[in-house]
Each structure stands twice: as C-alpha cells, then as structure tokens.
Ligand binder design. Structure first.
Ligand code: A3P
Ligand code: MG
Length: 361
C-alpha cells in the first residue's frame, strides 16, 4: 500500500496505527486478566508486565513492518534478553500471546493485507526481529515511529491507568499520535461507567476519541481543550513520586490560585484527559535525578494536546525537541495546557524555580 493513497494526509498510517494500537490493547488487557491478577498482586513479580510489553511491541511492529517496511521505529523494548537460553520461558509466552493477537479475527474495517487475521502467526525469530525493529536511534530527518507498548507499567500492575502509545514523526515533527487507554472511563463524568478509549490526532486534522471496542466503525468525539478559570482549573500529574516533583506542582498551583485538588493518573492517559478537558494543566518537572524524558513517553501525547487546541512546551517554555535521539535531551520538564493558561503556567514555574533557588542559598 502506498503511504498516502487515500483522501487525507496520513490516512493510511492513521488506520494502521489505530488497528495496531487496538490489538495491543486487547493483548495487554488479557495479560492483566490472566497473569497480573493471578501472579503479581500476590508476589512482587514483574514478569507479566514484561510479557505484555514485549508481546505488544512485537504485535505493533509486525503490523507496521508489513505496511511501512522502510519506516524505522524507536520502541521502548529490545529482544536481547529473549535471545539467550534463560529467556526461553518468557519468550515462549510472548510468542504465544503475540501470535494469538495477530491471528485474531479481523474487525470490520481491518484489511487482510495489513497482516492481521487468521493464519498470520509468526515464527519466534520473526517476532524477536519485530521487537528489535524498535532499536532505531531516532534523529532529525526522515520518517520514524515512536512506540511505548505499555506506558505507565506501574499503573498497569495496580490495575489502574496505562496506555499503548504510537506516534509518527517526520523530520522530528510529530504528525500522528494514537493512544489506547484500556482502563480509562469513556467519560470522566461517569467514572464507574464504560471504559476503554482510543485517542487519535493528525497534524492539521484535529483530535478525537473513539471507543476501544469499536474504533473504526464507532462514534468519533472531537476533542477541544476548554477555557478554564482559576476556580475550575486543576492539575494533572503522575501517581509516582519518583517521576515528577509533586511538591513543585503544589507551589505552582498556589501561585496560580488553583483551589481544586490535582488529579493523579499514570501514563500518557494524562494527555488524553487534558485533551478532553478532564483537567487543565499537565505539569511534569524533574525530581533532580538527571533522568532524561524518553521521546516515546511524549510524542503521541504532544500532538493530541496541540490538535485539541492546546500548547506543549518544556518547563522553560521551549518547544519539545524530538530530533536528538531517543530522549528529549535538551528539554527540562513538561508543561501542557490550553493556550490561554500556558504563559501564566510558565511564569508561575519560573517564580517557583526562583523561590526554590533562593531557599537553597
Ligand atoms: N525518574 C523519572 N523521571 C521521570 N520519568 C520517569 C522516571 N523514571 C521512569 N520514568 C518514566 O515515567 C513513565 C511513566 O510516567 P507516569 O509517571 O506519567 O505514569 C515511565 O514509562 P513506562 O511505564 O513506560 O516505563 C518511564 O518512562
Ligand atoms: Mg513510558
């Protein structure tokens, strides 16, 4: 299939990405139900999440490779540990899971030539090679995909939020983002209602939400970040204290006069929540460990925010730079919010930083 043989730019990529993310979401949900519930909640064993991560990356990369064989992929996982003898048991589970997922019946709208559906099982070597298609180093030019097969692994293990995140970049600019959130309520106003959403954004074409159960035939909900007041504004932030400096968020909220408590959500589901107006600001400032943010943790989310009418930058107001390899090497923190609030948040971050520096004298 030619890269863009349908009406809109990136139409083919969008359909493939949605189909691939949906399959990976079905896989990870089944890993949770079969493995995590039984094993991990009773003993602190991380192997189910590893199985899910690897198998989801194998599935998505297999699907991408079939349709866009020349596109490099920057994926979180690599298969080195699965190629050695001690990785055999894990490898066997991954191969079974990936093949069950690739061979599942076609959904309406999925095409046989995409490499999905009955009799599309792969050999062990093909699947390990597919995982290693994610080893690309990234860079400034050309097309590349970024993939986080299970973003928010800690949320996944807790049975809370996690996301399957896929993005297409061209010359280091994100053009397409697809995020699958199997555990996210379809509407924040009905938290105990139906769950499972896919979020899609294409450069210049807006952002929308689909139902995970019926992504190609179902209803599309267009996403727009609403206007917030100080009273209605709330912060979206990580659950994990080691991933973002939550005390700093508290000070920035105070400076902005925010009265609502923050909403803590694992993974890029925060970007999805922001894009549909469940929260007003996503702030993620470094804890000071020297950690560099990974491009697969922000690429899909960043275009979702922009196409919903918002702005994303680092904590200094600089654009995110996806051209520097596998990390956002030069950026410092993340600020994502509506256009009107963004300058105020950057100013508040600056003030909180200055206070922090003053208190350390
Ligand atoms: N010290 C750190 N600072 C910031 N992010 C970190 C971190 N250690 C791990 N992470 C990233 O935080 C992601 C989860 O983000 P969140 O806190 O928003 O749920 C992890 O993704 P994975 O779960 O895919 O490994 C990981 O990439
Ligand atoms: Mg991640």
């Amino acid at each position: 299939m030619a890269a863009n043989d349908t009406a809109h730019p990136y139409a083919a990529e969008t359909q493939i990405a949605i189909a691939a993310v949906r399959r990976a979401c079905v896989l990870t949900a089944s890993v949770f139900n079969k493995l995590v519930k039984q094993e991990t909640l009773t003993k602190d064993d991380k192997s189910p999440v590893t199985v899910g991560d690897f198998a989801a990356q194998a599935v998505i990369n297999t699907i991408l490779d079939r349709t866009f064989p020349d596109d490099p992929i920057v994926g979180e996982e690599d298969a080195t540990d699965l190629r050695i003898e001690s990785g055999r048991a894990l490898r066997d589970r991954i191969v079974e899971l990936a093949n069950d997922t690739l061979s599942a019946d076609l959904q309406p709208g999925e095409k046989e030539e995409w490499g999905l559906g009955p009799n599309h099982g792969r050999t062990v070597d093909q699947l390990l090679d597919a995982i290693d298609r994610g080893n690309y180093d990234g860079g400034r030019t050309g097309r590349m995909w970024t993939l986080d097969p299970i973003d928010g692994t800690k949320g996944f293990l807790r049975g809370e939020q996690y996301a399957v995140c896929l993005a297409l970049l061209v010359d280091a600019r994100v053009e397409l983002g697809v995020i699958g959130c199997p555990n996210l309520p379809v509407a924040a106003s009905n938290p105990s209602g139906p769950r499972g959403c896919i979020f899609v954004a294409v450069r210049g074409q807006g952002a929308y939400q689909l139902l995970l159960d019926n992504p190609l035939g179902g209803e599309r909900t267009k996403l727009t970040i609403p206007t917030f007041t100080a009273e209605s504004l709330n912060f979206l932030e990580s659950v994990e204290k080691a991933h973002a400096k939550l005390s700093f968020n508290e000070r920035v909220s105070q400076i902005l006069g925010v009265t609502r408590a923050p909403t803590r959500i694992d993974s890029q589901a925060k970007y999805c929540a922001l894009a549909r107006g469940d929260g007003g600001v996503y702030l993620r400032m470094p804890v000071g460990s020297g950690y560099k943010e990974k491009i697969w943790d922000h690429a899909a989310g960043s275009i979702l925010v922009e196409e919903a009418g918002g702005v994303i930058s680092d904590g200094r107001g600089e654009p995110l730079d996806f051209s520097l390899g596998r990390t956002l090497g030069e950026n410092y923190g993340i600020v994502a919010c509506g256009k009107d609030v963004h300058p105020k948040v950057i100013a508040a971050v600056k003030q909180a930083k200055a206070e922090e520096a003053q208190s350390q004298l």
